[in-house]
Design a protein around this ligand. Structure first.
Ligand code: F6R
Length: 607
């Protein structure tokens, strides 16, 4: 959702801020703005729509200066207008600030200060500018601290003041901020992506912390002004990974990244001779592992479909009853959790508000809580007592692809580790390890069929509705394929377990309602085949994902995409890729904005 970048240093701030905003585009936004100060003048420019609009508009202003802040806004309070775009200023125009999060008591506060201050927007954020103005007596840090004591809600806040030109003040509560340490320059941003071109040295602010940054350095305080020291961390992601590398879209690049990044997820974690895996971040003794009677996987969207694959693996390999909980439901339920329960919060961004709230609830109730996360230093990674990075690298297309397969890889390794600590035979463990090691090459075989899948999309682009069907391990694959299609091509699609069709959905079938079915050679092959026969009998067009060499698939339809065979539990790692490609090509053919689909945000930081 919203994104922040601030700069203070020796270079011209404006180009760094505009480039930074472009790096934040992936989060989803509908307007953007920038404020830069120089020689006692603070200039602000804002524009609705793409960063290009803002970049055009700033050309009409002569903006110099080495200190500035910028923002991409995803509207929550107040429509998509220039007045509502950040940065917001106080009545004097001396103070400018950008804000992520929601100020819940802004209405009461606005009411109180309405007579005294000039409000120019409908946002919840603007009240912060006026509260800081009320408390400003020549020291921005202290004014921010006083203002924040009055608000309820969440914030990642970055402010600067014309009267203190060598200073940026940033504060965090519930919305991430990270300081980047460069060479005589500092960055402050909502995530590391806009600073990767300049530095990999970062300090993550925690909730309740405030940073005062100047060209000479920075200091960190609590909101009550206690000085604290924090370590600088080195992040492994770099700018090159955050480029499209010649692919027309981030999404296609990220689909093609999968054979490489899954190796990063597996590296150093598989132990062939023990037929097992070892994930260092679990932080549990063998006794603790053996004491676990229940696993709960908490996630949203695509991550929850990866979790469904994980459920299968935990139950089959480790024999531990496992449930998948949608975070937004779990957080308001009354879950039965005890000290024999292990909860994994699974999230690419590590910032999803619902997942975060759900794992906090699980923690309160005494479960072991671990994270399975992609973004390094993200809130879920920091709030869990251990866990594992999935090492998918920056995922910048809104629709998740490589994070999904890497989440599955990590879940499979956890299930293997738990299985081997409980009942799983070494021979089965060894087979699984070998099969996992073969996955990257098999993924490449599927990727080579991208052009064939594109032709398939061309043939099917006229349809308005799709079913995706799978059984057993392929049901989560069907769910993910259906989600990908609707997210980026806006085509209506639904996913069902194959056996469920006859209980209702089959009524919808006609020659205008194609069915995408997963018919790979696994233990449910014959059952799934019968389900597809039922569909064929009703005249619906069929596309099949089938196992290489399965000639029978062609008896059901001409539209077959063949995939390499693997162990049944690992099939989602392979079988999902053609569905990702199908959704991608379909969206491109229909002229949709593949990387930034309408209404969606990459990091869903509101409830
Ligand atoms: C789908 C998609 C979303 C996310 C969901 C959870 O392509 O990207 O469904 O999977 O919003 O996000 P994370 O994994 O960041 O918690």
């Amino acid at each position: 959702m919203c994104g922040i970048i601030g700069y203070i240093g020796t270079k011209e701030a404006l180009p760094i801020l505009i480039k930074g905003l472009r790096r934040l585009e992936y989060r989803g936004y509908d307007s953007a703005g920038v404020a830069v100060q120089d020689k006692g003048v603070l200039q602000r420019v804002r524009a609705v729509g793409k960063i290009d609009n803002l970049a055009e508009k700033v050309k009409d202003h002569d903006i110099g200066g080495t200190v500035g802040i910028a923002h991409t806004r995803w509207a929550t309070h107040g429509g998509v207008t220039e007045e509502n775009a950040h940065p917001h200023v106080d009545c004097s125009g001396d103070l400018a600030l950008v804000h992520n999060g929601i100020i819940e008591n802004y209405r009461e506060l606005k009411e109180k200060y309405l007579a005294k201050h000039i409000f120019q927007s409908q946002t919840d954020t603007e009240i912060l500018a006026h509260l800081i103005e009320e408390n400003y007596q020549g020291d921005l840090r202290s004014a921010v601290q006083s203002a924040l004591a009055l608000v309820q809600g969440t914030y990642g806040l970055v402010a600067m003041h014309r009267k203190e030109p060598n200073k940026i003040v940033a504060a965090r509560l519930g919305s991430p901020l990270v300081i980047g340490v460069g060479d005589h320059e500092y960055f402050i941003a909502s995530d590391t992506s806009p600073m990767l071109a300049y530095t990999q040295k970062v300090i993550f602010l925690d909730d309740g912390e405030l940073a005062e940054i100047s060209k000479e350095g920075f200091e960190i305080f609590t909101l009550r002004d206690q000085k604290i020291s924090k370590p600088t961390e080195e992040i492994t992601w770099n700018e090159a990974e955050a480029q499209t590398n010649g692919f027309p879209h981030f999404m296609l690049k990220e689909i093609f990244d999968q054979p490489t990044v899954i190796k990063d997820a597996l590296r150093g974690r598989l132990i062939l001779e023990d037929g097992s895996a070892k994930l260092g971040g679990l932080n549990m003794t063998v006794e603790e592992i053996q004491s676990i009677k229940r696993v709960i996987l908490i996630a949203c969207g695509t991550a929850s479909y990866a979790a469904l694959v994980g459920k299968n693996a935990f139950e089959r390999l480790a024999g531990i009853p496992t449930t998948v909980e949608i975070a937004s439901e779990f957080r308001y339920s009354d879950p039965i959790i005890d000290r024999h329960t292990l909860v994994f919060g699974i999230s690419q961004s590590g910032e999803t508000a619902d997942t975060l709230a759900a794992i906090r609830e699980a923690k309160r109730k005494g479960a072991y809580v671990r994270g399975i996360v992609n973004v390094i230093g993200s809130t879920i990674a920091r709030e869990t007592d251990g866990g594992t990075y999935i090492h998918a690298g920056p995922e910048l297309a809104v629709a998740s692809t490589k994070a999904y397969t890497n989440m599955i890889a990590v879940l499979l390794m956890y299930a293997l580790e738990f299985g081997r600590s409980n009942r799983l035979a070494i021979a089965t463990g060894e087979r699984l390890v070998r099969a996992l090691q073969e996955i990257p090459e098999k993924m490449k075989i599927v990727l080579e069929q991208s052009d064939t899948i594109k032709k398939m999309a061309e043939k099917f682009k006229k349809y308005d509705d799709f079913f995706f069907l799978g059984r057993g391990v392929n049901y989560p694959v069907a769910l993910e394929g259906s989600l990908k299609l609707k997210e980026i091509s806006y085509i209506h699609s639904e996913a069902y377990p194959g056996g469920e069709m006859k209980h209702g959905p089959i009524a919808l079938l006609s020659k205008d309602f194609p069915v995408f079915a997963l018919l790979t050679k696994n233990s449910l092959y014959d059952k799934m085949r019968s389900n597809i026969e039922e569909i064929k009998a009703r005249g619906a067009p069929i596309i099949l994902i089938a196992t290489e060499g399965d000639a029978q698939a062609l008896a059901l339809t001409d539209n077959v995409i063949y995939v390499p065979t693997t162990m049944e539990l690992l099939e989602p790692l392979i079988n999902t890729i053609p569905l990702q490609l199908f959704a991608y090509h379909m969206a491109v053919l229909l002229g949709k904005d593949v990387d930034r689909p309408r209404n969606l945000a990459k990091s869903v930081t509101v409830e």
